[in-house]
Design a protein. Sequence first.
Length: 218
Amino acid sequence: MDTTQRTEQQRSADRRRRELLEAADRVVLRDGPQASMNAIAAEAGITKPILYRHFGDKGGLYAALAQRHTDALLASLRAALDAPADRRERVEATLDTYLAAIEARPQVYRFLMHPAEGSQSGDQSADQGFDVGKHSAPLLRRMGEELATVIEERLDLGPGTQQLARVWGHGIVGMMHAAGDWWLGERPCSRAELVRGLADLLWGRLAAAGDKVGGPGF
């Protein structure tokens, strides 16, 4: 097989994988954590063994969907952080971007963060051994590291900037996740009120920090 044939086969495989992920997305939007491999295979017009051939098991499919949605969310968060506005406005915009994303697609959020809710969905064999923490924790860690990079690039926090940026990055992501999870379930206040409250909590040292010299600013 020559290079051209291999490249075309890879493109075809990538295209087919995208189609299967789009089918999975449609089922997750409809069923949330109850989304099963059987339902996803049916939506894609294939058998479950073919779905397993592409993703291995439900964990593999979950990981592929998680990367797809996390990539999109991180792009949105970076855009909010880089918007032409003052620092407080950008902090509020970033918090609001995260909360708006989970509010707009709550079924996707619950599938990614609370997959065990669907473990009695009639697809139990696929869910056996599906460890929620094993799969959802890496999403939060990735977001924490990405935010830490942004903070380190933009703020001068004095000695130990890199370590403090990681502390802040993971801490802010943990706060957003915990507060957003509670808010999405109970809706005790408006999204704007939650954004303002979280921004107030963050604002202390963040307001006083200087921008990195020659950096993009925060």
